[in-house]
Design a protein around this ligand. Structure first.
Ligand code: MN
Length: 202
């Protein structure tokens, strides 16, 4: 069984009789943790950045999307934990439902946790997220290299959280951020418009 307690908010927001989004299942043991970046053409266009931590995908909504240029600081607003199978979700969430709109899987792969303390000793990745600063190396089809997520506002009793996603070190690969309307799915090669035409309300 999945960690249903941790996915409570995810489940509360959705009617699985209506949406094709997944319900959630357990992680395989001993595998490298996964990441996925989806493009979501909802009420506002955004990227959803998700890192597997245990049995869930920790999730942030990134309006401008991740950049491979170390000079770009990208606002990342936490959203509820998602089930692991969400990595595969590409399609149309019904209009009027939570997150209604089209989703494509822009990039996915595995990541190497790199979080460490001030003395350079490795620390538990989940703990580093709780403390508001995590480093990791993405190994995707499009995104490669080290990134850091840092909370700069909010937290426990301090209102809504805001984080920054920044490429940590290395040089820009010259891609910057993709235009979400032209970007293609890493799984199907389709654009948002193609997925909307294929999978939309018929
Ligand atoms: Mn979204």
């Amino acid at each position: 069984m999945a960690d249903q307690e941790r996915l409570r908010e995810y489940h509360r927001k959705r009617d699985f009789g209506r949406t094709a989004e997944p319900r959630g299942q357990e992680a395989g043991a001993g595998e490298e943790p996964r990441f996925v970046v989806q493009i979501h053409d909802a009420s506002t266009m955004h990227f959803d950045f998700r890192l597997q931590v245990g049995d869930v995908l920790k999730s942030w909504s990134i309006p401008k999307g991740p950049s491979d240029d170390p000079h770009d600081k990208r606002l990342a607003v936490p959203t509820e934990d998602h089930p692991l199978e969400y990595e595969e979700f590409e399609g149309v969430i019904p209009k009027g439902d939570y997150g209604g709109g089209t989703v494509i899987v822009w990039d996915h792969g595995v990541y190497e946790p790199l979080s460490h303390d001030r003395k350079g000793r490795p620390v538990d990745f989940e703990e580093s997220l709780e403390h508001g600063h995590a480093r990791f190396r993405l190994k995707g089809s499009k995104l490669h290299g080290e990134y850091a997520l840092t909370r700069f506002r909010g937290g426990k009793d301090d209102g809504e959280e805001a984080w920054l996603l920044v490429r940590a070190g290395g040089q820009a690969q010259g891609h910057g951020t993709p235009d979400p309307r032209r970007a293609r799915s890493v799984n199907s090669g389709r654009t948002l418009a193609q997925v909307a035409a294929d999978d939309g309300d018929r």
